[in-house]
Write a protein that binds this ligand. Structure first.
Ligand SMILES: C[S@@+](CC[C@H](N)C(=O)[O-])C[C@H]1O[C@@H](n2cnc3c(N)ncnc32)[C@H](O)[C@@H]1O
Length: 259
């Protein structure tokens, strides 16, 4: 799966706010080992070394492009590893496991929560955030268009990677079952985005990525036609206003402490 770090880093302020809000709720200031699962381009991972005094931070991501983009953020207490977080194992017990905007890409991630919680000893922390907006017009717009008569022949529904998250209560119940005391909550951010077709530009780095990857085989004209049609849909759903385009974005947070 191909990720484009430069495109992802557009809207960086809006994308990083939930990371900071998540970390704000982890009630420890120092740590030994901290791990960032699905660290992406690494600029947020690097802040963990300061957030947790005395810590060593390991960022893990399965995208070579993301790990290459993260390399400049390496330092004496921050390093990055190319690996799949479904099977990656930490080199030692972890004090804080963080995962921001990543678990939605992992099918069946609810069933892996206990695995990642097992990285921390009793009293350790596992904090994550996932989008909770999969029934928003941005996602439904992609799904409708892919299923429309014009485009359906080009998409094998089985081949299309679809991000998904569970509802907050499911995270709470699962974390409790696997041995954590958890706080789970949700927040809807009302981002005000600038520039033409900003919602299309936002999703181009995330939800639209798997669709664009499949369209790449059809050539530039078909890809442009798909994007033009989707841009119109998104403009109807998120009309530009006098101060920008309001893009509501629901997110789900969990901070769990292993019992
Ligand atoms: C939306 S980005 C989030 C990046 C970063 N955590 C942030 O908040 O900016 C999702 C990241 O998850 C990574 N990812 C997805 N599935 C993965 C897996 N199975 N193992 C490791 N990384 C994965 C992708 O490569 C991508 O960098």
């Amino acid at each position: 799966m191909v990720w484009n770090p430069d495109q992802y880093l557009r809207f960086g302020d809006e994308r990083s706010q939930p990371f900071h809000d998540l970390l704000h709720r982890v009630p420890v200031r120092s740590a030994g080992l901290v791990v960032d699962l699905g660290c992406g381009p690494g600029q947020l991972t690097a802040t963990l070394a300061e957030r947790f005094a005395g810590s060593t931070v390991i960022g893990v991501d399965s995208s070579p492009d993301m790990i290459a983009a993260a390399a400049p953020h390496e330092g004496p207490s921050v390093r990055f590893e190319l690996a799949d977080i479904r099977s990656w194992q930490p080199p030692a017990p972890v004090d804080v496991v963080v995962s921001n905007a990543t678990l939605q890409w992992i099918d069946g991630h609810l069933d892996l929560l206990g695995h990642w919680l097992s990285f921390v000893p009793s009293g350790g922390w596992f904090a994550f955030q996932v989008p909770g907006n999969f029934s928003s017009p941005s996602h439904l717009g992609i799904a409708e268009q892919v299923a429309s008569p014009r485009w359906r022949p080009h998409f094998d529904p089985e081949a299309l990677e679809r991000p998904r998250s569970a509802e907050p209560q499911a995270y709470l119940e699962r974390l409790t079952e696997v041995g954590a005391e958890a706080q789970v909550w949700e927040t809807t951010y009302y981002h005000v985005l600038q520039g033409p077709d900003p919602v299309l530009e936002w999703i181009r780095a995330t939800a639209l990525r798997p669709v664009l990857a499949l369209l790449a085989g059809l050539g530039a004209d078909e890809q442009a036609a798909f994007e033009t049609e989707l841009a119109e849909r998104l403009r109807r759903a998120y009309p530009p206003g006098p101060h920008g385009t309001v893009f509501p974005f629901r997110r789900i947070f969990a901070v769990a402490r292993r019992r």
